[in-house]
Design a protein around this ligand. Sequence first.
Ligand SMILES: NC(=O)C1=CN([C@@H]2O[C@H](COP(=O)(O)OP(=O)(O)OC[C@H]3O[C@@H](n4cnc5c(N)ncnc54)[C@H](O)[C@@H]3O)[C@@H](O)[C@H]2O)C=CC1
Length: 360
Amino acid sequence: MAEVTPVADKVTSYFYALLFVRHPDLRSLFPAAMDTQRDRLLRALLTAAEHIDNTDVLVDYLQNLGRGHRKYGTRPEHYPAVGECLIGALSKYAAGVWNEEMEAAWVRTYTTISQIMIDAAAADELRSPAWWYAEVVTHELRTPEIAVVTVRPDQPYPFLAGQYTSVETPWWPRIWRHYSFASAPRSDGLLSFHVKAVPAGWVSNALVHRARPGDIIRLGPPAGSMTVDHTTDSGLLCVGGGTGIAPIKALVEDVAEHGERRPVEVFYGARTDHDLYDIDTMLRLQQTHPWLSVRAIIDQQAHQQLPDAVRAYGPWNEYDAYLSGPPGMIRSGVDALRDSGIPSDRIRHDSVEELVSAGN
Ligand SMILES: NC(=O)C1=CN([C@@H]2O[C@H](COP(=O)(O)OP(=O)(O)OC[C@H]3O[C@@H](n4cnc5c(N)ncnc54)[C@H](O)[C@@H]3O)[C@@H](O)[C@H]2O)C=CC1
């Protein structure tokens, strides 16, 4: 990986060129524009390499990846084709260090990885659809760029508060983006998302500016481990930046439904007060639940970013922490919370690698 990472872009371009020349029938499984997809392949490999010595985390990640591939129409026979082209691309760009032993190691690694993914997909097939259709039932523009979109899935959609899913719109086939659920599971089965239209974001712009009630989108399976541990009664420190407040709201609802009286401290960060599009909902929840405290941190007024503000209110060593927002906020948030006395294993957030392409 050290050899190929500096030329990652070339490796992935060459890999997809090989794949589509040797297996033209696979081209239709991918979106017309391959930009984000190209980055995703390398990120998946880097994630696998990074967790190579942590079998539990790696297997969990790969099982999730295998289940997530069902919505693309991936079948077991596609895996050897991908493996052969991946090794073709790696051997070309790591020519300086490539030898028979390394090739054998990559074949073993790829075979193991793909078997875990294939098995997870096969097990999932017995209990879940590959994707869900969902009809937009309400579309509420909260700011010129942020919409709250509520959808009704065509079949029951089981998930946990704090998780996310992948969304495909009818306007950009096969382009999938991640969005967190903005509510805990509801008795009417509806799901909602907070979407901010970002520059050059195909899916986010379609969801904010184009989607209307009656439109049908597709959803992948739920994913993510930013969920409440109901086996303890420690307090929850929840930090949501921008639309990152969505899963935090779901976590608060989850605690409320379990009838627990655990302290929940929410820090809701935004650039300006105009960007605090969901503050009314959060303040209403605070009024209803005496165990909940909500603080809005506005960059412009506080003259500091969200993680520094959270640190200033510490120490937080008694708390379990949840972080949701832009990747930069998550990275510096993790540092700030560790400084405030929370051990890493009690700080939960979605994978920053996944978030980099989320929401576009
Ligand atoms: N599960 C998750 O983690 C979720 C993540 N998101 C992500 O959250 C982001 C929301 O975007 P916007 O609303 O435009 O947020 P934004 O860019 O306006 O930032 C919101 C807050 O985060 C803080 N922040 C931003 N960058 C920071 C940095 N580098 N270091 C420290 N603090 C920083 C700021 O203080 C600001 O108050 C998107 O990238 C979206 O993908 C959204 C929903 C769920």
